[in-house]
Structure formats: C-alpha cells, structure tokens
Design a protein around this ligand. Structure first.
Ligand SMILES: [Zn+2]
Length: 415
C-alpha cells in the first residue's frame, strides 16, 4: 500500500513538473519556536504560515535537499501545483491588475483627480518597467512638487507587491487611492486629512515578478524579482536586499532560495529606486508595506531578537500596532518574533532613516484559506479591514509619538 501511494505521488509530481518547470516545493516542517524558525529560514526556506509547533513554507530543489540532510523534521512536502488559467490572471481573478492594467488604473485615477493626484515613476525595474508612484497632495504646492520639490506637509508612503505572488498586496494600496480620491471634497474628515498630508502610493514594486507569475495563465508562486542568478536560478528577494544590517541572518546566499539576499545590499534596481525615493523625501515619517499572508502587523526589529532600543520609539510601535489590530484583528508583534529576517524594508526605513515602518501581512490567515491566491472575492473585505489602520497612519504622519497620548475621542472620525 505504501509503495502504491508512493508511485501515485511520483506520477503526480512528474506530471506537475512537466507542466511547470522549477516548481517550488511546499514544505511543512516541525518548528517549536522562533529559534527553530530562524534556522529553517537560514536553510533557504521562505516561511509563509505558522502553526503551533510547525511552519509551512516554500523550498527550491536544492533547499529541500539541504533540509533532508539536516536535523529539521520534515512533516510533509508536496509540489506547488498552480491552478489552471489563461495567459493572464485566471479568469476568476480578472479583477486583479496585471502591470498594464495597474498602469491604466493609475492613469484613470489621476486623469479624474488631477487636482489632488499625480503619477510619476521612481525608476525602472530590472526588465525596464516603470515603477509607478502616485502622490496625493491637495495643496497648491503639489504643482511645485511636480518640479521635484519636497512637500512641506508631513508624508507617508504605502507600498505593495515587493513579492510577486502576493497579488492582494497591490490591490489594497490601489483601492486606498481610489477611496481617497472618491471621498476628497465629499467626506469632511477625509478632506481635512488629505489637506494636511503628503501621501505616496507605490502599489507594484516588483512588476517584473508579477508579470512572470501570471504570464502563462498558471500562477508560478514567484516571490523574487527577475534577476538571472546563473545556473538557471531567477531572482533576488527584494525584501532581503535592503541595506540595513543586510545579510546578518534570516536570509540565504543560495541563489535558488526564495530568501536569496542578492550579491550585495541594494544590488537590485527595485530596492535602489525605493531607497532613492524615500531618501529624497525627508518629510516621510511613516511607511506601510503590504505583503500577504497571515494577518499580522509587524514592526522592527527583524534582523535581531532584541527589541527597538529607543524606549519611546518602542512604546510608539507597540501602541500603534495594538491600535491597528483593534480594527483589522491582525496580530501585532515585533517582526523577529516570527523568525529573523535581515535586509527588509521596515528595518531599513526605521534603522537607517528613523521612519516608523510597518509590514502588514494581509489576509488570508492560513495557507488553506487560499494562501497567496485567495481569489478576488476577498478584496473588498481585506480593504475594509485595513482602511482605518491606513487612515490612522496617515493621521499620525506628523508625529507618530502622538499615538501614545491619544484617547477614544481622537478616533471618532474613524468610526
Ligand atoms: Zn511578502
């Protein structure tokens, strides 16, 4: 019986391999605590979901071989089989935006709301796609900003899709832009909020990876960018490539790994462009980068287990995380409480620039609720869940430390 099952499993694997070269392996691994989890990440696994005493993640062929030789207990492994589809997002997910449709959606928004929005490129991806940003600024100074001047208003930046397969993470910042545009001049609280802030949205950081992920109508579970690494391996993990404590743990030097850190910090045009943009806008005080999945609110540090040293900053991160969790019901915690991850956006933004930076791991909560590909049906609820946290962050962009002294009355406008 065991032999028969094995044969069937081999047949399925062979079929899937033929249809989908270089398919990653889903792995279910025993892990009791953050130290076990960090060890697993450092073997090259991208951990994607946590259970009480185990984790789920993705592993390349060579990472799986390494796991098999280690003392890490492999509970289950199976080939990631993408759903069937057409040469774009599968039809049931047609609400999602590929790169061209994202570009058009941003163009349409700006055309309709040119009085408060402008679209610009922060630079090109590795394959030459423009990395689009939209600025929302209702003041006359917006015109000046077009000439490259930095707004005098406090600023915030939202980002999505550092990781290609995390398509929900591009839709939510786009929906936020649409919400702000629709409500400016209509809702008095939103109008007042926008009048006092300088807001940037960069919805699709890893456009090359997104296009690859959907290019054959079968999702490919692509996480990284499209950097050829030699010997057939593609991609650097953009969220391990930032230059604060880069390569100090929780990432891999194996180019086939999903958490490959790249040959050096900021080796990739995508992270270079984000660096130049953020450093060029010193009015930015808050950053939110959307990822999927697991329903988490994460804040520094990721590269080490120690808490943020500045007690006032730490208290601010904790208060903000808890407050936002009241709305979206996600779990707020220090990033390294999951496992060590160095070279991510949030550690860099806070560690290098003092920006209060958060990662949201959006819905679903579990891999078995759809994981990276939960379908377009979830989008409205995910947006609804995260609207108030986003507005709260915009409001606090003048001085995040204000979070510690806010009372219930300060949030009435969000109800
Ligand atoms: Zn991610």
């Amino acid at each position: 019986m065991a032999r028969m099952l094995f044969t069937v499993a081999m047949a399925v694997t062979t079929l899937a391999s033929a249809a989908f070269a270089n398919a990653p392996h889903f792995v279910h691994l025993k892990a009791l605590n953050k130290y076990d989890r960090t060890k697993i990440v450092e073997m090259g696994v991208s951990i994607e979901a946590l259970a009480t005493d185990s984790v789920y993640g993705l592993a390349s062929d060579s990472v799986l071989e390494r796991l098999k030789k280690s003392d890490i207990k492999i509970m289950e492994t199976f080939l990631a089989k993408p759903p069937e589809g057409v040469t774009d997002f599968p039809s049931e997910d047609s609400r999602f935006h590929n790169y061209d449709r994202m570009t058009k959606a941003l163009d349409d928004l700006v055309a309709a709301h040119g009085d408060i929005m402008r679209k610009f490129s922060i630079g090109k991806t590795l394959q030459g796609r423009e990395m689009w940003a939209v600025q929302v600024n209702t003041g006359k100074e917006t015109l000046n900003a077009k000439d490259g001047a930095v707004s005098v208003k406090p600023g915030i930046v939202f980002m999505g899709n550092h990781h290609a397969r995390e398509h929900v993470s591009a839709e939510i910042p786009l929906m936020l832009l649409e919400y702000l545009a629709k409500n400016y001049g209509v809702d008095k609280d939103i109008t007042a909020l926008l009048d006092k802030r300088d807001i940037y949205v960069i919805p699709m950081v890893n456009a090359d990876g997104v296009e690859f992920d959907i290019s054959t109508g079968e999702y490919k579970y692509q996480r990284k960018n499209m950097r050829p690494n030699g010997s057939g391996h593609i991609g650097v993990d953009l969220n391990r490539n930032y230059g604060f404590k880069w390569g100090t743990g929780g990432s891999s030097t194996d180019p086939s790994s999903d958490v490959y850190m790249g040959p050096n910090a900021f080796s990739e045009p995508e992270t270079q462009n984000i660096k130049a943009f953020v450093e060029g806008h010193p009015n930015l005080k808050v950053l939110l980068t959307f990822h999927t999945f697991s329903e988490l609110i994460l804040y520094p540090w990721g590269h080490k287990y120690d808490a943020v040293e500045n007690k006032e900053d730490l208290a601010t991160f904790e208060v903000m995380g808890k407050k936002m969790a009241e709305w979206n019901k996600y779990t707020p915690e220090q990033s390294s409480g999951l496992y060590i991850a160095s070279g991510d956006t949030v550690d860099w933004a806070y560690g290098s620039l003092g920006i209060f930076a958060f990662t949201f791991e959006l819905s679903p909560k579990e891999m078995y609720d759809g994981g990276f590909y939960p379908g377009a049906g979830v989008l409205d609820k995910v947006f609804e869940d995260n609207l108030r946290p986003a507005l709260y962050l915009i409001d606090l962009a003048d001085n995040p430390h204000r979070a510690k002294s806010q009372t219930a009355g300060d949030f009435e406008w969000l109800h």
